[in-house]
Design a protein around this ligand. Structure first.
Ligand code: XUL
Length: 524
């Protein structure tokens, strides 16, 4: 009976899950996380990020990620004990957009690793840049502007690559590196995403870029899944020679290199191409067919959805990424998520019970009273100055303000996801606030969709393990449909269903244009 390992190298930690597949019975039999700050203090990160005098700069240590991989593989081997021989394949997920810069000696070093010494001390000379810019970096506005101009405007960049130029994306980051340190750029032999770097360490050879993660670079042609020559030219010289090739998500990169088999007793399990955390979460939350959307209610709220046809946000706020299924996904981020809900809860001194009670005691549509809950700079829609706005809403009415903040969040999600063309029949709700069924009731009514609670902690790592399962079977000539891959693992809790109430759906249909007008007036 095969086991599959899914790893997730995220901003703050490395997580591992092991999936046990026994015919139609699948279960997660092991899960463990290593937090970078606590477990690897020598690298000096805070929340996984290295200190920097410039608040716009966010970097991390690629050596630390390797160190964590090494330790985690030891933990997994110990936990599996005699069952380690059942490990069939490994796939991974990594924070999107981050880049790793390697010199010409990297691959030879990976091949010649000694199993007697830790990985980190053997590869510390393989980098042409010891810091990796990560997705929280916002220091490349000048490079974004230059790339946008070279490619003929934001819409051209978005149509070509799936997103307009974003500061955190790999392309603008690579251009900044070239601009600031052309010699180090010249000494760079390979530029990996975090995902392909981690896969390379496991396989002991340069791993390809996976198109789901590749779509977070402003370098890949989103339609064809190949590098876009014009985007490469607009970014840095000779870039084509430094980037790995692009290969499908199910690509078997190779098998675990000798380092892993000798050091920890692993079998020569297949190493599958790693992807980004968002494409992996798409799988880990079961979004493998049309009409399915997930809304994660976290510090910020994120909406992501499976898409069959590639569509680009005409306002360039949302992203179009590739999906590991070979289809597409939309990703839209709302900065004022739990943050805004908590501000309202605290302003009116309610606690979560009082918050829920306020939702129960007020009517859908809030008698037309509207809030624009922009406590912090909002991403969607882009709000230049934060500040809460109220349209016909009495600031002293606690219950109405509670309803207004949640209705605003759901209406905004519905309005700003229209460009995806997705008519969601099912929404999988995740994240901390998804335990609150009063919030999910409003979600169901505004989106006119069945809402289910989804209890898949570590959805990116689970998605990676499921990708390993899928790729392994496909490579053996036994392809399994994605729906069957996720069955029983990345599925919502059936009994948690909240169905839309037609009468409430009609109220929100009428409120939607009013909310859109209120928003447009505020932004005018
Ligand atoms: C998506 C993004 C984040 C990172 C987090 O565009 O920047 O979700 O992937 O790891």
């Amino acid at each position: 009976m095969p086991l599959y390992l899914g790893l997730d190298s995220s901003t703050q930690s490395l997580t591992a899950v092991v999936l046990d597949v026994r015919g139609r019975d699948r279960s997660i039999v092991f899960q463990h996380a290593l937090g970078f700050d606590r477990e690897f203090p020598a690298y000096g990160t805070t929340h996984g990020v290295l200190p920097d005098a410039d608040p716009h700069v966010a970097t991390s240590s690629p050596l630390m990620w390797a160190d964590a991989l090494d330790r985690m593989m030891g933990v997994v081997a110990d936990a599996l004990g005699a069952d380690v021989g059942r490990l069939r394949a490994i796939a991974g997920s990594a924070q999107q957009h981050g880049t790793v810069y390697l010199n010409a000696g990297a691959e030879a070093t990976w091949r010649a690793l000694s199993a007697d010494r830790p990985l980190a001390e053997q590869i510390d000379r393989t980098f042409s840049r010891d810091r990796s810019p990560i997705w929280m970096d916002a220091s490349t506005s000048a490079q974004c502007a230059a790339i946008t101009q070279a490619l003929g405007g934001a819409d051209c960049v978005a149509q070509m690559t799936g997103s307009r130029a974003f500061e955190r994306f790999a392309g603008p980051q690579i251009r900044k590196f070239y601009d600031q340190d052309p010699d180090a750029y010249d000494r760079t032999n390979a530029i990996h995403l975090v995902s392909s770097y981690m896969a390379s360490l496991l396989a002991g050879r340069h791993a390809p870029t996976e198109p789901g993660d590749g779509s977070g670079m402003n370098l890949m042609d989103i339609q064809s899944g190949t590098w876009a020559p014009a985007a490469l030219d607009a970014t840095a010289p000779d870039l084509a020679k430094k980037l790995p090739h692009l290969a499908p998500s199910s690509t078997v990169v190779g098998t675990l290199s000798r380092y892993w088999t000798e050091r920890y007793g692993f079998p020569t399990a297949k190493v599958i191409a790693w992807s980004g955390d968002n494409p992996c979460s798409l799988i880990g939350t079961g979004l493998v067919e049309e009409g399915r959307m997930a809304i994660s209610l976290g510090t910020s709220d994120t909406l992501f959805a499976f898409m069959r046809e590639p569509r680009v946000d005409p306002r360039h706020v949302g992203h179009l990424f590739g999906s590991p299924t070979g289809d597409y996904m939309a990703l839209i981020c709302f900065a004022n998520g739990s943050l805004a809900r908590e501000r309202i809860r605290d302003t009116y001194g309610l606690g979560w019970n009082g918050f829920s009670e306020a939702l129960r005691s007020t009517r859908p549509g809030n008698d037309g009273a509207i809030m624009l809950p922009w406590f912090v700079l909002e991403i969607t829609p882009p709000v230049p100055t934060p500040g809460v706005r109220r349209c016909g809403l009495d600031p002293n009415d606690a219950a109405a303000n509670v309803r207004a903040v949640v209705e605003a969040q759901m209406l905004s999600m519905a309005i700003h996801s229209e460009w995806t063309g997705i008519r969601a029949r099912t929404i999988h709700a995740t994240g901390g606030a998804s335990v609150n069924r009063e919030i999910l009731r409003i979600m169901a009514d505004v989106h006119d969709a069945d809402v289910y609670q989804l209890d898949v902690p570590a959805s990116a790592a689970v998605g990676a393990a499921l990708r390993a399962f899928h790729a392994d079977e496909a490579s053996e000539g036994r392809p399994i449909a994605w729906r069957d891959i996720v069955a029983g693992v990345a599925e919502p809790i059936a009994a948690s269903r909240i169905a839309p109430i037609p009468e409430n759906v009609r109220v929100y249909e009428q409120l939607k244009p009013k909310y859109a007008r209120c928003e447009a007036d505020a932004l005018a």
